[in-house]
Unconditional design. Structure first.
Length: 148
């Protein structure tokens, strides 16, 4: 069974600046909590629908290679990426950027995921969701700190 989580924050910058920050994938390590390392192995030369990226994400002793495809790229309002390879059975991330004024924007991250391993995954789901909530709270706080 898949689960969706929504994270939203107002950021004191233009929607164009917010989009550009998130469209530049080299910023991902800058908004990743300590204890998690992100190595970018392959990036598209241009962020566009159909482009793919490969990341190696390490958390403690566990390391996972993620391959993602950018499903939808609509500057400066939306980026949608889907994991082709990850520790999840399915993983889709919708980034939305909404102008609230000339220098105020709403950052929305909607994550829909399903864990592998059937009922064992169902048991782990609340822990994974709680971990994601902490991670996205950190990401949004870092984004605010870097852009305001």
């Amino acid at each position: 069974m898949s689960r969706s989580l929504l994270f939203e924050s107002e950021i004191g910058c233009s929607v164009e600046s917010l989009y550009a920050f998130h469209a530049d994938t080299v910023n991902l390590p800058k908004i990743t909590p300590s204890g998690i390392s992100v190595q970018i192995e392959a990036l598209p030369s241009r962020l566009e629908a159909g482009a793919e990226a490969t990341l190696f994400i390490r958390r403690g002793l566990l390391g996972f290679r993620w391959k993602v495809r950018f499903e939808k790229v609509e500057p400066p309002h939306c980026i949608v990426d889907t994991a082709l390879k990850s520790p999840f059975a399915t993983f889709r991330h919708v980034h939305r950027f909404t102008a609230l004024g000339e220098a105020r924007s709403l950052l929305s991250d909607e994550v829909t995921f399903e864990l592998p391993m059937g009922w064992l995954g169902c048991i782990a789901e609340p822990f994974v969701a709680s971990d994601m909530e902490k991670m996205f709270a950190f990401r949004h706080a870092q984004t605010r700190r870097m852009l305001e």
